[in-house]
Ligand binder design. Structure first.
Ligand SMILES: NC(=O)c1ccc[n+]([C@@H]2O[C@H](COP(=O)([O-])OP(=O)(O)OC[C@H]3O[C@@H](n4cnc5c(N)ncnc54)[C@H](OP(=O)(O)O)[C@@H]3O)[C@@H](O)[C@H]2O)c1
Length: 334
């Protein structure tokens, strides 16, 4: 057990504290809702206080039972936890219903941070194949994004949501919307790991007081099959990562987490077997400057979540989702 009081915190733009590391809860189509809920129950007792949930992970009701049991048994109080969830793409026009359902399933009364999971309403069914395309999918629209965002602002006004999060954003999309938001986003969840460091995005977020949250911080070795390509690099297997892990007598996963923390991001690793060691990464010896420098050379531009299933008719390929040339592909109101 790690004493949660010893786990460092970040401060969000309004001064509210958030633990510096959170537990992911996406079973990657491989780990059952019951197993994930078991890790959450064990995680709370091991000292975890921040949980990254999502409506589309299909396990919020089971996780909610773990929260409820921890409250009822007096292990933690609701206000000791920081619970995050996300609105899935098919609920952008009905955010309140999605939020209320998550709150009911998670048995948490309110949400500490509600994210727009993806910045467009393009829906794909769970467990779908990488070639699945929805004929209703559309390119990013500023107006549609703002409409979704305003619904979350209303939930903040109502007291159901404390903070607003955005996810899977790019700098051009942020540029298009940030000045139009009444309540600023507190955090942005993005894919971030040693072989996909997104330095420009990180710098952009930091100067705007938006906390970068690192998803897939270990390079997601057991990600869904649709997100695996033969050319992908396995971050934790790189010799540099292995050597640093050896020097610290730990698994390369712990090196990934320490690196994420020391570069000012908030990692949300998923684990059903190693969550105690992962939390300990936040309170044990740091990487040296030299080790941090070595990891900075491992950038491979290896985006793992390409997002092909969100493409619209007429789009070329997954690069169209990420605005790599600085222009929002297909947007008609940007
Ligand atoms: N916003 C978004 O669009 C988005 C997208 C993807 C993910 N996410 C969030 O990010 C979270 C993390 O991403 P992820 O689950 O894909 O990948 P990840 O955290 O990078 O990797 C998880 C995998 O690493 C293994 N692992 C964890 N700690 C380990 C350790 N100390 N030693 C050895 N192996 C270890 C786990 O296995 P064991 O269970 O055996 O430990 C699991 O298979 C998700 O759960 C979700 O909450 C958000």
């Amino acid at each position: 057990m790690i004493d949660p009081a010893t786990v460092p915190v970040y401060h969000l733009y309004n001064g509210d504290a958030i633990p510096c590391i959170g537990m992911g809860t996406f079973g990657s189509d491989r780990v059952s809702p019951e197993e994930v809920a078991g890790a959450v129950a064990g995680g709370i007792r091991a000292g975890w206080r921040l949980f990254d949930c999502a409506a589309c992970y299909g396990n919020e009701d089971k996780i909610g039972a773990s929260f409820r049991a921890a409250f009822d048994e007096g292990v933690v109080k609701r206000e000791d936890l920081f619970i995050m969830t996300k609105v899935w793409n098919d609920m952008h026009r009905n955010v309140a219903a999605s939020c209320r359902k998550s709150i009911e399933d998670l048995q948490c009364g309110y949400v500490d941070m509600l994210f727009i999971h993806w910045p467009f309403p393009n829906y794909h069914p769970p467990f779908c194949d990488v070639n699945t395309r929805n004929p209703d999918s559309k390119p990013f629209s500023v107006e549609e994004f703002l409409d979704t965002y305003r619904q979350i602002e209303a939930l903040v006004d109502e007291g159901l949501v404390r903070h607003i999060g955005i996810s899977n954003m790019t700098i051009p999309k942020l540029d298009a919307v940030l000045s139009k938001l009444r309540i600023p986003p507190s955090a942005c969840e993005s894919e971030l790991h040693p072989c996909f460091q997104q330095r420009e995005l990180l710098a952009y977020l930091k100067v705007r007081n938006i906390l970068p949250i690192a998803y897939m911080p270990l390079g997601s070795p057991r990600r869904p099959k649709r997100d695996i390509l033969p050319e992908d690099v396995a971050d934790m297997q790189l010799p540099e990562m292995q050597a640093i892990a050896k020097a610290h007598n730990c698994h390369p996963a712990i090196v990934c987490l320490k690196w994420a923390l020391q570069r000012g991001t908030l990692p949300i690793p998923f684990s059903v077997h190693n969550y105690e060691a992962n939390l300990a990464a936040a309170v044990t010896e740091k990487l040296t400057d030299e080790e941090m420098q070595t990891i900075s050379t491992l950038e491979r531009n290896n985006r793992l979540v390409k997002g092909q299933v969100f493409l619209w008719e007429g789009a070329n390929d997954w690069h169209d989702l990420w605005d790599e040339d600085g222009v929002i592909t297909g947007c008609t109101d940007c």
